[in-house]
Design a binder for this molecule. Structure first.
Ligand code: TLP
Length: 343
């Protein structure tokens, strides 16, 4: 059976062009820095994000964790938004791997106020941990794919620099943010010290994420990647798809955003379902279904029976994510299926 898969953009299959480039890729041992395809991908990523260097990593989670390890010392405290991926979905890695504690701030649609961040920075006091890092998520997954406004981002970076604290961006979907803002992605990255972004979400590559930062940062990060088992040898086969991601797939994300708008507007017209349209900025839709007599899990099971896969997030919410393999007709089929479940 063919399913319409709206669970996540992580489910994307590689394109035909990616499969061809994987087949023809030149590879070498990346632990010796001898994989020409990985080297090229890393240079491209650094150039696009306006940073000195890049590093290919197997996953976004590993990329984020390496960045926290590289920026901090055990015993420090790091500032994060309370619903961010690093806190919610990375298995407590920051405590285990970096030995840091989290200072969680409430975000408005996933965006922390620079004033709140400044107030959370620890003082020079014998009792207090040092604030070692500020982590931002752009776009913000659990807030519904929301984008950090540029003025807030700039202000946040100014606060961080005033207190000499590095800023890491979990930019798993930073190209969606750039598409929404209609800006080159380096405009966003200029207000960060490191960015992790994913090739294997909306950009369709089968595996892999990138970390970018200064030469010194990446050199140090490479050692942590090795420690975590992320030295991948002839992984140029994966990087080859990543190059297609950067060259081609970054240019078409507005289609996914358009489909998310269509779907969100259609869902909002259905009694019992609520979508906060302010949060539908990119390719993620979080729906409140507390008006229905059904949990998210029940709802997603019913949709599954009709050939549509989604993530039944919690008791009262469900999530839809659009991506390259979702076409306009799939949106119509999905809305019809939701309507028939409600009826
Ligand atoms: N997000 C996945 C799940 O882990 C929830 C999804 O389906 O959305 N940062 C952000 C903001 C993410 O959304 C994700 C993945 C990651 C990091 C981790 O990337 P991977 O899955 O490559 O480890």
């Amino acid at each position: 059976m063919h399913y319409i898969d709206l669970r996540s953009d992580t489910v994307t299959q590689p394109t035909k062009e990616m499969r061809d480039s994987i087949y023809h890729a030149q590879v070498g041992d990346d632990v010796y820095n001898e994989d020409p395809t990985i080297n090229r991908l890393e240079e491209m990523a650094a150039e696009m994000l306006g940073k000195q260097a890049g590093m290919f990593v197997p996953s976004g989670t590993q990329g984020n964790q390496i960045c926290v390890m590289t920026h901090t010392q055990p015993g420090e405290e790091i500032i994060l938004e309370e619903k961010c991926h690093i806190i919610t979905y990375e298995v407590g890695g920051i405590g285990r791997l970096s030995g840091v504690q989290a200072k969680l701030l409430h975000g408005n649609k996933g965006v922390m106020a620079p004033e709140d961040i400044e107030a959370a920075i620890r003082e020079e006091d014998i009792h207090q941990p040092k604030t070692g890092l500020i982590c931002l998520e752009n776009t913000h997954n659990r807030a519904g794919g929301t984008v950090i406004p540029m003025d807030i981002l700039k202000k946040t970076y100014e606060v961080a620099k005033k207190h000499n604290i590095p800023v890491h961006m979990d930019g798993a979907r930073v190209f969606n943010a750039a598409t929404y803002l209609k800006l080159p992605v380096k405009e966003i990255a200029q207000y960060t010290d490191s960015v992790m972004f994913c090739l294997s979400k909306g950009l369709c590559a089968p595996v892999g994420s990138m970390v970018v930062g200064s030469n010194e940062f990446i050199q140090k990060a490479r050692k942590y990647r090795k420690m975590l088992g992320g030295g991948m040898r002839q992984a140029g086969f994966l990087a080859a798809a990543g190059i297609v991601s950067l060259e081609k797939m970054t240019l078409r994300l507005q289609d996914d955003h358009y489909h998310a708008q269509l779907l969100a507007k259609g869902l909002n017209r259905i009694a019992g379902i609520k979508v906060d349209m302010d949060t539908v900025q990119t390719n993620i839709i979080i729906c409140d279904i507390s008006g229905l007599k059904m949990t998210g899990t029940e709802f997603s099971q019913r949709l599954y029976d009709k050939g549509i896969k989604i993530n039944g997030g919690s008791a009262s919410t469900i999530r839809f994510v659009t991506h390259y393999w979702i076409k306009e007709e799939d949106i119509e089929i999905t809305l019809n299926a939701v309507n028939s479940i409600i009826k």
